[in-house]
Write a protein that binds this ligand. Structure first.
Ligand code: ACO
Length: 355
């Protein structure tokens, strides 16, 4: 028995921005971006809010109607024609984001309200790009605890795990070292507690201190008139309101952290890497993914690579890639799948599950 993925969705904003488009804004080129990252274009949310993206991805995972005009991909266990999931049957919504439209209400609360998930508890979780791993792991633990407690007040049998990011609003569009990397989008999975299927078999989460600020994003609090002092609010030293990154240091962290996380979930599940049918890594850079595959002696074909058309969408990235893998048939029923990530914090982790 376990928390089993029975639906996936991903949502993309309309505007496509190519590398050539970016070369009109900063000193860069299509050749540099493709060679160093594997990114060809990204989507930027102009008309769509982060909540629109989250709602559409979640709706796709449930077989419901999303926001009109927002592009989506959907995969559902019983096929696309299966009846939509009853919104009242969702017990919990966990949403991962660093770029939600509002802090209160939470992004998860907005998804709950807009999709009419009347019985769901909803909260947000921030683990930067590793959010999808943390979200799945936290949801699975809560479902397992609830299944073990027959008298639980909040039985958690059906849980939506959603990630939505609008990183374009946290991007310094004058900084060529970061602005070429990011994009906007959302991903979602529906977890069902299944007595027959093992579902999520093991997970691993880790936080590594980042005292030098390899990845940083200050929280810009608009203090306005503040009666208690001159410098009412200052950002921590070296931070501003945009994602800042020391690319080479993050690259080194990413390759070792992803490998460590993958090996940890394999060990916990008592499996070897060559028994895994599909790896779904955080999509930050194609070179990071191929480096991990090479170091682990695994064929790159086992890794889902979706970064080319959407860039790095932070917490959403691996969930969007997971949806692609299911929708394209790269993941089939019974497959062993590892989803792995790394990100600001510094966070890292992985989840191993049976499809
Ligand atoms: N176009 C052209 N040239 C560029 C660009 C650009 N967009 N950006 C940097 N350069 C230049 C640099 O100025 C440098 O020039 P110099 O040699 O004259 O000084 C040169 O290219 C090489 O720069 P590096 O930073 O060393 O390039 P690198 O090969 O490391 O690639 C990259 C940079 C793609 C950012 C890589 O380091 C990387 O992918 N790092 C990890 C990124 C990542 O995973 N981020 C996760 C963020 S997740 C989150 O939590 C938001």
């Amino acid at each position: 028995m376990g928390a089993t993925i029975v639906g996936c969705g991903k949502a993309l904003p309309k505007l496509k921005v190519s590398n050539d488009d970016l070369s009109q804004i900063v000193d860069t080129s299509d050749e540099w971006i493709v060679k160093r990252t594997g990114i060809h274009e990204r989507r930027i949310a102009v008309e769509e809010s982060s909540t629109d993206l989250a709602v559409t991805a979640a709706a796709a995972a449930l077989g419901l109607q999303g926001v009109e005009g927002v592009e989506c991909v959907s995969w559902r266990f019983e096929g696309a024609s299966a009846a939509p999931v009853d919104p009242a049957s969702i017990d919990l919504v966990v949403c991962m984001t660093i770029s939600s439209d509002s802090v209160i209400p939470s992004q998860a609360g907005m998804v709950k309200m807009r999709l009419g998930l009347e019985n769901a508890v909803a909260f947000d979780l921030n683990a930067a790009c590793t959010g999808c791993v943390y979200g799945l792991s936290v949801a699975e633990s809560m479902m397992r605890a609830s299944a073990a407690d027959s008298g639980a007040h909040n039985a958690l049998r059906r849980v939506l795990v959603v990630a939505a990011e609008r990183l374009s609003r946290l991007t310094d569009w004058t900084d060529r070292a970061t602005c070429v990397l990011f994009g906007d989008g959302a991903g979602a999975v529906l977890l069902d507690w299944n007595e027959e299927c093992p579902g999520i078999r093991s997970s691993f989460m880790k936080n590594t201190d980042d005292p030098e600020g390899f990845l940083a994003l200050g929280n810009v609090l608009a203090a306005g008139e503040f009666p208690f002092g001159e410098n009412a609010y200052e950002l921590p030293e070296g931070m501003n309101g945009f994602v800042q990154m020391r690319g080479r240091e993050v690259f080194k962290f990413a390759t070792s952290a992803m490998r460590e996380a993958i090996e940890a979930v394999l060990e916990r599940a008592g499996m070897r890497a060559d028994e895994v049918d599909c790896f779904v890594p955080h999509q930050a850079n194609e070179r990071i993914i191929s480096h991990v595959a090479r170091k682990m002696g695994l064929p790159l074909e086992l890794f889902q690579i979706s970064i080319g058309g959407c860039g790095n969408t932070s917490a959403s990235s691996a969930l969007m890639a997971l949806c692609d893998a299911y929708a394209s048939g790269k993941i089939a029923a019974g497959d062993k799948v590892v989803l792995a990530g790394f990100g600001g914090g510094l966070t890292s982790g992985a989840v191993l599950f049976e499809a």
